[in-house]
Write a protein that binds this ligand. Structure first.
Ligand SMILES: O=P(O)(O)OC[C@H]1O[C@H](O[C@H]2O[C@H](CO)[C@@H](O)[C@H](O)[C@H]2O)[C@H](O)[C@@H](O)[C@@H]1O
Length: 259
């Protein structure tokens, strides 16, 4: 961990309660060709559990584009973790008896739009090698990670057009185009959570363009970490999920009574 990041951890550890808000895919869990295989390393899971065990000092949130149920299943987050799914459209808290969750409720028009959207995204994927569609409670996602570059570019362009045509919220992430019938973004979710928890500071880490919404709402007393390459509003950068795990371990060591 760099001296700069270490100094920033010293600062935010002294401003409890800290909101520790982390993206999942590409940040805690290395990217995979098959999204069902995404998992945190044992070291990342251990650091998160240690931090979540100090709710007086740290409130842990996972902030993901994943459908909430998938995020819960794949991340196996510790008790007390707040889960933000579908880029902010879904919300839950991990309790001792499972998930306390707020379900997405679509009205009839939104439900009809989602059905049409999913059918049109399936049509984009049809006959294109390496392109497939994931459906979520309020969105359809075109995945192109396994396609060659020409197929990927054509498929993503068509999916973006569908989003524009249906007037839906469109997010263009890493080898994904997601079109939702609800408007949500990670920045609004972080702003709401910060206020709700009365957080003294926020540490947000993410790897994708969709995380930039959250990194953009951070202030001078917060700590934004970009994982991997690419343009970012974050002040700090680490190379990969393992390097982020080292930051989480460093934070745990700075909590009073630890280290
Ligand atoms: O906000 P996140 O937690 O980063 O979720 C964003 C998307 O993650 C998943 O897709 C990404 O990860 C996959 C597994 O590593 C990878 O195959 C894909 O190319 C990535 O874009 C998930 O499948 C999407 O629904 C999420 O929106």
């Amino acid at each position: 961990m760099s001296e700069l990041v270490a100094a920033a951890l010293d600062r935010i550890a002294a401003r409890p309660p800290l909101l520790l808000a982390l993206d999942f895919d590409g940040t805690l869990a290395p990217l995979q060709d098959d999204p069902e295989r995404s998992r945190m390393s044992p070291a990342a899971a251990g650091a998160l559990a240690e931090l979540a065990a100090r709710p007086d000092l740290v409130r842990v949130a996972l902030v993901s584009g994943r459908a909430l149920a998938d995020l819960y299943r794949l991340a196996s987050p510790p008790e007390g973790t707040v889960l933000i799914g579908s880029h902010g459209a879904e919300r839950a808290r991990v309790s001792g008896h499972g998930l306390d969750r707020q379900d997405i409720r679509l009205d009839d028009a939104q439900a009809a739009r989602l059905t049409e959207l999913a059918a049109r995204m399936q049509a984009v994927a049809r006959g294109r090698d390496g392109v497939w569609v994931e459906t979520k409670p309020a969105a359809a996602v075109l995945h192109t990670r396994l396609a060659d570059s020409a197929i990927r570019a054509a498929a993503e362009a068509e999916a973006l057009e569908i989003g524009a045509e249906l007037g839906s919220a469109v997010l263009h992430g890493k080898n994904v185009v997601e079109v939702s019938v609800l408007t949500a973004d990670k920045g609004s979710a972080i702003t709401a959570l910060r206020a709700e928890l009365g957080a003294g500071a926020v540490l947000y880490a993410g790897d994708d363009v969709t995380d930039e919404h959250a990194l953009a709402v951070l202030g001078a007393d917060d700590l934004g970490v970009k994982v991997g390459e690419g343009d970012t509003a974050a002040r700090y950068r680490v190379a990969d999920p393992d390097a982020l795990t080292a930051v989480l371990v460093g934070l745990a060591e700075r909590l009073p009574g630890n280290g």
